[in-house]
Design a protein around this ligand. Sequence first.
Ligand code: FNR
Length: 356
Amino acid sequence: MRSLADYERRAKDHFAPDAWDHVQSGADAGLTLGHNRAQFDALRFMPRMLRDLTGGTTALDLLGHRHAAPILLAPVAYHRLAHPAGEVASIRAATALDTTMVVSTLASITLEEIADCARGAAHELARDLSPLWFQLYFQPDRAHSLELVRRAEAAGYQVLMVTVDAAIKRSEFALPAGVSAANLAAFPRTIQRAQAAGGQIVFGTPLADAAPTWDDIAWLRGQTQLPIVIKGLLSPEDAREAALQGVDGIVVSNHGGRVLDGLITPMAALPAMVAALEGKVPLLLDGGVRRGTDVLKALALGASAVLVGRPQLHALAVAGMPGVAHMLHMLRAEFELAMAQAGCRELSQIGAGLLA
Ligand code: FNR
């Protein structure tokens, strides 16, 4: 296993066929899915030579916490589709590699168990606990959303990432026996409402009526002291609105090409969002990040950090906890090498000048 692509190639044999399709697929014709990768491949570096690299580091300060590298694990539902240990294995790997894993609302293990596991692993491995981030999907009932927020606060999560681009999403995938949305076990019918079957009408249904709006962001801002990161914005106008609402971070994302096909890629959307925000709010980016050079390209365009989605499940399926740890290690090592080869000693030296 020498690259993330190696894990991806092997992973197929470790999934049930329908689960594999579910993980890998993009919406409709898969245009957005392909464009996410193509956009990275189209960029070229213009490196600087003969610069001093002593004391080099990939460390990043983000929302009050130090991260070993500008690479996080994106919120991904149901890790137990990939491995019976599920999120327990992934969070142990993330902890071992000083990386933040954003825990999904749709995790297959409860957010409390995952946080406990991170603390246990940090203790066992004699490492600092990586910042704990929880990803919130608004529930049709605000009381349920609030319950998730209070549970995340009580369990020690330090950042809330609110995903806003998948309220209306189409999926035919049926979870296998033994895999479920552990955090939502006590809520009625929420999961069914979060998905539209093929051909189903959307307007006038609870699915559309329950989709969150800016009012819900304002409401959430009033409910919690935790930093709020909105995931799934692509337009500079939305970025400005988020800043006005006191949001602490934004993930520029098209949900890995899984929602609306034909979306602008995050890499194409990023520069206008950077310009709109004038540095007031950090921008993270995901979708198609598979190499250390992709990380460098995203940072060159103004992202503070990137997240990886599917590669977690690939590595988890092939090799469990050590697989995820190895995947993260490779990505970080590739990024560090790319930084050094481009003449950057620290993240602040990575800028638009690095791209031809
Ligand atoms: C996702 N993603 C996602 N996002 C989120 O906010 N909550 C979630 O529960 C999930 N679940 C999920 C499941 C699967 C199988 C995939 C592939 C993706 C989206 C994810 O956070 C991220 O935006 C993309 O995966 C990034 O693209 P790459 O790295 O997979 O190309």
